[in-house]
Design a binder for this molecule. Sequence first.
Ligand code: MG
Length: 383
Amino acid sequence: MKKRVAILGSTGSIGTQALSVIDEQYELFTVEVLTANNNSKLLINQAIKYLPNVVVIGNKGHYPVVRDALESYDIKVYAGEDAISQVMEMDTIDIALIGIVGIHALKPILSALKNKKKIALANKESLVVAGELISKTAVEYGGQIIPVDSEHSAIFQCLMGELDNPIDKIVLTASGGPFLNKSIDYIKNVTRCQALNHPTWKMGKKVSVDSATLMNKGMEAIEARWLFDINPNQIEVIIHPQSIIHSLVYFTDRSVKTQLSFPDMRIPIQFALTYPHRVKNSFQSLDLLQTGTLNFLPPDVKKFRNLALAFKALEMGGNMPCILNAANDVAVQAFLDEKIGLLQISDIVEESMTLIPRIELPTLSDYFETDIQTRKKAIELIK
Ligand code: MG
């Protein structure tokens, strides 16, 4: 029987790459649900191609367009953010790929896990903000999280078959982004275009800027803490510009495991969808002779302060990662709108972490409240 897949955020970078994986593995998968926030045009085209049972458009303003376009098809069309959470209750979903960007993914993720779903998780912000709540919910209800991000997929794969064998540490690899070897003075004046031009990975805008500032790696450290139930002091970051080694697990017996591949997000996306199986595909195979030398160097946290700030938020815990995430979100948008320079993102994040009150044990509503307060404060700081 084919696996029935829900793709949340089907018009985004992860969503479209997931659909290209499914195109090739059409004998294994059917598309059950497609959701998008704003891109109604692409959502309609995808719906006509894949004929899912349900389509959800997050932005209610686009509902009439989507409904009318799909009128003659046997597809249910819903609208609004709540509808995205509600469809996660459908018992015809075998796996939900969460490709939505931002904290909006939190409610659908919790809904999916409460309904004992398997989720292929690409969204970062939800784990950064409420990783503890998400991992607890998965355990309590029997949902399962399979990471999609290349680093976490690598760690997940390294831990397969390891039972409870003790881990010494996890090392996350980072490409270092487009400004790895540039001076602070140079980075101060980089443009939006330069920041979006990532050397190894093809990604959405937000993740590309976060990779350029290393915030992405800091957020991945926070994600790793919750995905693998590991202490913050057991997580390290190393720069590896070629993006061939996707992260490493050090075991206490001094053995180290890693996972390598050509940098192509479709590889971890496919693995998350076919897990625990591996399925042949047509993607580029890794050729180490052609790759040549692999380099490793320590991250420069003076230049890329966001990485240090993320580790600080991780250590402080509570709602600090939520503050970090919200302030960064606003600051990245301001950078994309050409209102601030790339390095000012760290200033906004740092000031927000000082100004917004810390909550030791936040509830779900505390997270949403912290998110709102921080965004307000960050907008003020940018003005
Ligand atoms: Mg990554």
